[in-house]
Write a protein of this length. Structure first.
Ligand SMILES: Cc1ncc(COP(=O)(O)O)c(C=O)c1O
Length: 384
């Protein structure tokens, strides 16, 4: 052969038998078949063998399988981020004329998608009180196709009564999806509490180092595997094996990180609760948090994100100055990484517009809690 052809059809191969602890990063779009008759454009690669990189490389499928194992799912679809996971669930479950329900405490872009993209497709998504519990039965209509839950809720941290909601939904044949990012898929057993579709932004705790965006949509039933898988394959929601490899690495330390983050976060939250400037600390393990008793009943631990609300005497105009005078806490979106973060939401209308304007959300990282407390103390002192 000419050397140019040898470049593409080499005879030498690396010796086989390399056994590493790490999952290899498999890159590839084309999958080669042995014979023309074997060719199949089939997304169900777990059953039919590899067909095309769009449906998952071994690196990505291994990540999905490991998340499914941890969550007790039938299958986990890996998608480009938490927001992509939310979009996939909506598009798989709803069509023009459908009605859906989303808690008022849900992640902002989830609600924005409901009122924007989905409204434009003729899908009506209604907002409900996250603490409604079994009362959700009154909101279910004949055309209700999906009920979202998120527990604790984004920013305001309301813990939902998931068993009561799923019981009411299942009585009417409606699937319930949970944004289970807070629990990293492990601190709350979604499927044991009746959830049908369990979603995680792996971006947060599984990735764990603020250097990737990934999500998963996990299902327990074959029917939802087919429904979500068909939509997932058509939307072309594939992810890079490099990102999947980082998430696989993150999984190895998830246990120690969660243990440490829980302890440090509780220490910081309890310290803030005793401060005269603070009116309320919204952390599910503390009694002030709406739904705290449900957290005690249903969760096996708490995570690193929580919020606190300054007393009414403190003018919200002083909050940006407080954030800027923090040294260790950086300001920026997302959470679950190694670095502590603080963020304000000047337009937040929850728990009330007045309280929302005085709310700060913290993500506690892996710094020493005493240093974080000292940082908060000096920023509070500088507020005067
Ligand atoms: C609760 C929750 N769900 C979903 C997402 C979206 O995840 P991603 O940033 O991976 O799109 C976020 C992001 O902050 C989140 O906080």
């Amino acid at each position: 052969m000419h050397w140019r052809s040898k470049l593409l059809h080499p005879a030498p191969r690396a010796p086989s038998g390399f056994r590493s602890l790490a999952t290899p990063v498999y890159r590839g779009s084309t999958v080669v078949f042995d014979k023309a008759a074997d060719i199949a454009d089939e997304w169900r690669q777990d059953r039919h063998g590899y067909s095309y990189g769009l449906y998952g490389t071994p690196t990505v499928l291994e990540l999905g399988a490991r998340i499914a194992e941890l969550e007790g799912a039938r299958h986990s679809f890996v998608v480009p981020g938490g927001q992509a996971a939310l979009a996939l669930v909506y598009l798989a479950c709803c069509k023009a004329g459908s009605h859906g329900l989303v808690p008022a405490s849900a992640y902002g872009p989830n609600r924005d998608m409901a009122s924007g993209l989905l409204a434009g497709l003729g899908i009506e998504i209604e907002t409900y009180d996250p603490l409604i519990g079994g009362g959700i039965a009154d909101l279910i209509r004949d055309n209700t196709a999906l009920i979202w839950t998120e527990s604790p809720g984004s920013v305001t941290m309301e813990v939902q009564d998931i068993p009561a909601i799923t019981a009411a939904a299942h009585a009417r044949g409606v699937p319930v999806a949970l944004d289970n990012t807070y629990a990293a898929g492990v601190l709350f057993d979604a499927f044991a509490h009746g959830i049908d579709i369990n979603v995680q932004a792996l971006t947060k705790y599984v990735g764990g180092h603020s250097d990737l965006l990934l999500g998963t949509v996990s299902v327990a039933s074959n029917a939802l595997y087919e429904r979500i898988g068909t939509c997932w394959s058509l939307l072309g929601m594939q992810v890079s094996p490099d990102d999947a490899s980082l998430a696989l690495r993150g999984l190895q330390t998830l246990g120690v990180r969660l243990d440490r983050l829980e302890r440090s976060t509780l220490e910081v939250a309890r310290w803030l609760k005793a401060r005269p400037e603070v009116a309320l600390v919204l952390h599910p393990a503390l009694p002030d948090c709406p739904g705290h008793d449900l957290w005690q009943r249903d969760f096996t631990g708490s995570a690193s994100v929580f919020s606190f609300i300054f007393r009414p005497e403190i003018d919200p105009a002083r909050l940006p100055g407080f954030i800027d005078s923090l040294d260790l806490f950086q300001t920026g979106y997302s959470w679950g990484g190694t670095t502590s973060l603080a963020v304000i939401y000047p337009d937040l209308a929850r728990p009330s517009p007045d309280q929302g304007a005085r709310l700060v959300r913290l993500n506690v990282g892996l710094e020493e809690p005493a240093d974080l407390i000292a940082d908060l103390a000096q920023a509070l002192e500088r507020m005067g």
